[in-house]
Design a binder for this molecule. Structure first.
Ligand SMILES: Cc1ncc(COP(=O)(O)O)c(C=O)c1O
Length: 277
């Protein structure tokens, strides 16, 4: 596999990142995941803008964000993925210093890593819908930053997999936030609802695209706080993300949501979304 590491294209085996890198020691870095549908990276501008915002929020200086798309396209070509649905992963950490210490100096040299891999659509889940769980949100209060420090996400996600759930959706004091890797929407009486943007959720690119599609297709929507009670009385529920696209939810563990079907609004949005790539 050929990857991008600090300005060079290298064989994965020849990449050597310091164990003193702050991403390794503290999860001190930010990242992005962009879908590649032959023959373009999808909504790359929105992803790069979010990356720039994450970098700004944590104070990592990286001035080459505008080259990322061409770096990724080069990786796609070099790894023979031009005709494959794939993803590009970009990670920028604050860099390294010895000895280990919590505080950091200004002007450190960031560590930049990118790779691409084949990542086909999860058609079974998108067609038949998925089962999810609900749990109290155990994350910090800056969830709008796409940070590599994902301990809460991976522990919760791991629990979901062990329980054969596709996702766990979090709530804070009964107000729905988002899934470990997805944003959430629900439909009631023909209107779509999703949690409003705040420091409690990631501003999903797919979320943005879906709301734009609602605007274009005359589907009324509201961004506001959503309670668990409302969610469990929905007509339709779906999750969105770069890799899940629009994935219907058919069951919520431990609630009366047991026989939801992927509904008409989910289907319209899936279809309209797929027309964009
Ligand atoms: C916590 C969280 N929320 C939402 C999303 C969806 O974001 P996007 O649509 O930009 O992939 C992700 C994606 O990884 C995520 O990790």
């Amino acid at each position: 596999m050929l990857v991008f590491y600090n300005g060079k294209i290298l064989d994965l085996e020849s990449v050597a990142i310091s164990p003193f890198d702050r991403a390794f020691q503290f999860g001190d870095g930010v990242y992005e995941v962009i879908r590649y549908y032959p023959s373009e990276f999808f909504k790359s501008e929105l992803h790069i803008n979010r990356l720039k915002n994450s970098l700004k929020e944590v104070g990592i200086p990286y001035n080459n964000c505008d080259s990322i798309e061409s770096n990724l396209n080069e990786l796609i070509k070099l790894n023979n993925l031009t005709d494959e649905v794939s993803i590009g992963y970009i990670q920028i950490s604050r860099g390294y210093h010895i000895p280990r210490r919590h505080y950091f100096d200004d002007g450190m040299e960031p560590t930049v890593f990118m790779y691409v891999e084949k990542y086909p659509a999860r058609l079974e889940e998108m067609t038949n819908g998925v089962k999810i769980g609900l749990e109290e949100d155990i994350r910090w209060l800056r969830c709008n930053i796409k940070a590599t420090s994902l301990l809460a996400n991976i522990l919760t996600r791991n629990k979901a997999v062990r329980k054969e759930l596709s996702e766990i959706v979090w709530h804070r004091n009964g107000i729905i936030t988002e899934g470990t890797q997805t944003n959430i929407f629900f439909v009631k009486n023909g209107e779509l609802f999703t949690p409003l943007l705040s420091n409690f959720i990631l501003p999903g690119v797919t979320r943005r695209v879906v709301l734009d599609l609602c605007g274009k297709n005359g589907i009324p929507f509201t961004e506001r706080n959503i309670t668990i009670d409302e969610l469990t009385k929905s007509d339709e529920i779906f999750l969105t993300s770069t890799t899940a696209e629009v994935t219907p939810v058919i069951e919520i563990e431990g609630t009366n949501v047991k026989d939801l079907k992927p509904g008409p609004i989910s289907r319209i949005l899936q279809k309209e979304y797929s027309k964009l790539y």
